[in-house]
Write a protein that binds this ligand. Sequence first.
Ligand code: SME
Length: 157
Amino acid sequence: MNSRPGFDGILKELVQIISTHRDDERDETLERICGLLKNEVPHYNWVGFYLVDPDAKRELVLGPYVGAPTDHTRIPFGKGICGQAAATETAFIVQDITLETNYLSCSPDVRSEIVVPILKGDRVVGELDIDSHALAPFTDGDQAFLDAVCARVAPLL
Ligand code: SME
């Protein structure tokens, strides 16, 4: 029997987490959200936030994440999948990372990646980055779900 809550159920848990959020605990809330996504979706193996550095506006800084440590703690706009998603302010799905030349490798286990920008008005303030060890796992359902997640997270940033 599959006892996982599915995307709608996860969104309900997310709303619950955000409803108890306090501004002085932003990082803790973001890390709980990463943990929720990683624990509930089997093909999400690394889940993290990158935040736009307010002092160096065209640069992303690694925020809370759950998964293996990464060397990529600062990423300029345009560089890698994360930097491209930030520069275009558009979700970027790479179903097979061996086919993407502008890619920053984190772990040899990663086979695919989805990055969804977090927008406040027309301004990108961060993004949600998910690595998967599966090949081509991401569906339109993932994208719609992660768009909804990012819309809920935006007010926290
Ligand atoms: N692979 C990303 C770098 C960040 S890690 O996945 C955590 C990229 O190409 O931008």
